[in-house]
Design a protein around this ligand. Sequence first.
Ligand code: NAD
Length: 350
Amino acid sequence: MGKDVYAIGIIGFGGMGSYHLELAKGIDEVRFIGSYDIKESRQQYAREKGLKVYDSREAILADESIDIILVATPNHVHKEIAIDAMRAGKHVVCEKPITLSSADLQEMIDVSEKTGKLLVVHQNRRWDEDFLTMKKIYDEGLLGEVFAIESRVHGSRGIPGDWRQEKEYGGGMVLDWGVHILDQALLMVNEKVKKVYATLTHVTNQLVDDGFRVVLTFESGLNYLLEVGTSNFISLPRWYMLGNNGTAVLQNWGDDARVVKAVGKSETDIVPVRTAAGLTKTMAPRREDTITEEIIPAVPGNIKEFYRNVAACLNGEAEIIVKLPQVMRVMRLMEAIFESAEKQQVVDFE
Ligand code: NAD
């Protein structure tokens, strides 16, 4: 039996827990009613926000008026809280990364199947404009056959100074940001990933990776570089995509993309570039009448779709957008990244 409004209780009312409260404004299908956090200061903040505050995990899970539990704690306790919640009869929305390994994820999936409760991950960056814009360029074949994609996220403040710095809490940038941009990569390129090669950085932190570079080789040979950096004082563009007939670049979140394509005119009169010590025709700039340049406006994304989809799915009106087999594939890919980095070798994947 469906419902018009689903009541949500939050476990872990930190930065992200309170963001979800903001996010829910204007979504008629869900209402956040309560929360539990192990820190008294966050319990107090939840009271100030008008939430019902519970004294324990057991107490929030025992409240029959709650339909869905949002798990927004540090990563290492997602699994046990999600499993407890499903066993207590709640559906679960879990923050990313869903957990720390594919074996743990399989346990969570088993409980979801056994209890019949929904388990879904908040892969919110599927709704980011930059991703949707580059996906449109890829899907519409605007560049011809795409042979390389580069997806980068750069900052310069090192890894955040909280639980993200420690392995036991599920810290590190592969789990933190990798999970988003890998999910995007697998949604964009609908092919098997054959090979994975990764290196991790430890510039500001020795305990966990504070950045990484990964190259995925897809079945067609498409080469997909993903990079997260936290010691990058100059950022490279968020996206760069190469096709056999053109190139696209998108500088920063929310920007429009710039596409330059060949128009098929031959160039017989290339003027070589002369440098201090040499001369090159290969790398000489194009004559303007042999290329076109267009701006692809940022494709809007609406993250409110996430909770609307959860409610529609519970009412039997829609398929869930963030599917567990997709989440498992990303989890296995993150494991392959750690394996490749540790062995300093290319790892076979699918
Ligand atoms: P945070 O440290 O700000 O908040 C975590 C909260 O959980 C804290 O208030 C802490 O006291 C509480 N907590 C810890 N253990 C608990 C337990 N056993 N039971 C109840 N409460 C507990 O961290 P954050 O930045 O809000 O991150 C929380 C989760 O959200 C992480 O999984 C993170 O990866 C994810 N996150 C997702 C996004 C996104 O864009 N999807 C962005 C940021 C964080």
